[in-house]
Design a protein around this ligand. Structure first.
Ligand code: PRT
Ligand code: ZN
Length: 295
């Protein structure tokens, strides 16, 4: 493999472990791309580099990522919290990444009556997450036998292997298709950036550089740029509704008595504020995605 062609020899490189193929792979690579990090041919590779950032990528099974980062074979990794907490490795969580969202939930036969976790007392539960499930059961003083299986957990009650399951759920359709209903959430999970807990100063500097980009990309995704026209006599009311990064920009329109107002809105408050802006007399509202946001 050739070295990063734009980088000087011996410059430190940060080694990032991501999932090779699975639900986190595409979003992991997309996040790096959004951060302006160009990767060489990522298909069917075990590792790759970037020509424009001192980073080396290792492609691994997600289950192995916490161990690799704990051992320092990789400096940092992108991995689901579900895997991280199940593996219980000594690594630090640096940042939530906002993708790979799911929950580890308990499912039981759709027709069974369920009041609380005591339902599980003396029963059998199938899961690929014995550590997390055991902790949940202990915290709730429930004595329930854990049957560990590595895949197709959702079929266990149907074939009489268990009374309940604990598995990852996102849309809920897998549970539904297997005649199960979701009754408890053990963990809400998303992909996180983890790091080895003894990184050198050089690596910390590179991590901070990457983190700064990730945070800018994520902030931009959660916000929208908004432009609107406002009659000058309603300007104060409209400006008061808009937060902006410092305060909204107001520029006069060619048409007498009107101004153009520019601002940034958070996704969560977006629809509420749009409604209020319309009611206050705003017109021609344009909403534009933001690519990067540096505060
Ligand atoms: O080969 P490797 O070990 O790397 O991959 P894997 O097969 O173990 O993992 P993969 O690719 O399936 O999932 C990787 C990570 O994606 C998980 O560890 C979670 O952090 C995250 N994630 C997010 C999910 C889901 N959503 C998800 N829905 N992982 C699995 N599922 C499965 C779930 O197990 C169930 O079978 O999807 C089904 C349920 O989905 P719904 O939409 O029907 O509810
Ligand atoms: Zn896995």
């Amino acid at each position: 493999m050739t070295s990063n062609k734009n980088l000087t020899k011996n410059e430190p490189v940060i080694r990032l472990a991501i999932q090779k193929s699975g639900r986190l792979s595409e979003d992991s690579i997309k996040l790096l791309k959004d951060c302006g990090i160009e990767l060489r041919n990522v298909k069917d590779r075990l590792r790759t580099e970037s020509d424009n950032f001192p980073i080396e990528i290792f492609f691994l099974r997600d289950d192995d990522i916490p161990q690799y980062v704990e051992d320092g074979v990789a400096d940092i990794g992108f991995v689901g919290e579900n895997v991280l907490y199940e593996k219980n490795k000594k690594v630090d969580i640096v940042e939530k990444l906002g993708f790979g969202k799911c929950r580890l939930s308990i499912g039981i036969h759709k027709s069974d009556e369920y009041n609380d976790v005591q339902y599980l007392q003396g029963k059998k539960i199938a899961t690929s997450y014995p550590v997390l499930v055991n902790k949940f059961l202990q915290d709730n003083n429930v004595n329930c036998e854990i049957h560990e299986i590595s895949g197709s957990v959702e079929i266990a009650p149907g074939i009489g292997l268990s009374d309940a399951i604990a598995d990852l759920v996102s849309s809920g359709s897998t549970l539904f298709m297997n005649g199960l209903k979701e009754v408890e959430t053990i963990l809400n999970s998303q992909a996180v950036l983890i790091k080895n807990n003894q990184l050198s100063d050089d690596k910390v500097r590179l991590l901070n550089k990457l983190l700064f980009r990730i945070q800018s990309v994520r902030k931009a995704k959660n916000n929208k740029y908004i432009l609107l026209n406002a009659p000058n006599d309603k300007l104060n009311e409209i400006v008061a509704l808009l937060p902006g990064m410092k305060s909204p920009t107001v520029v006069p329109l060619a048409t007498e008595g009107w101004s153009s107002v520019h601002s940034v809105l958070n996704e969560n408050e977006f629809w509420d504020i749009i409604e209020q802006l319309k009611n206050a007399g705003a017109q021609g509202i344009l909403v534009i995605p933001i690519e990067k946001m540096i505060l």
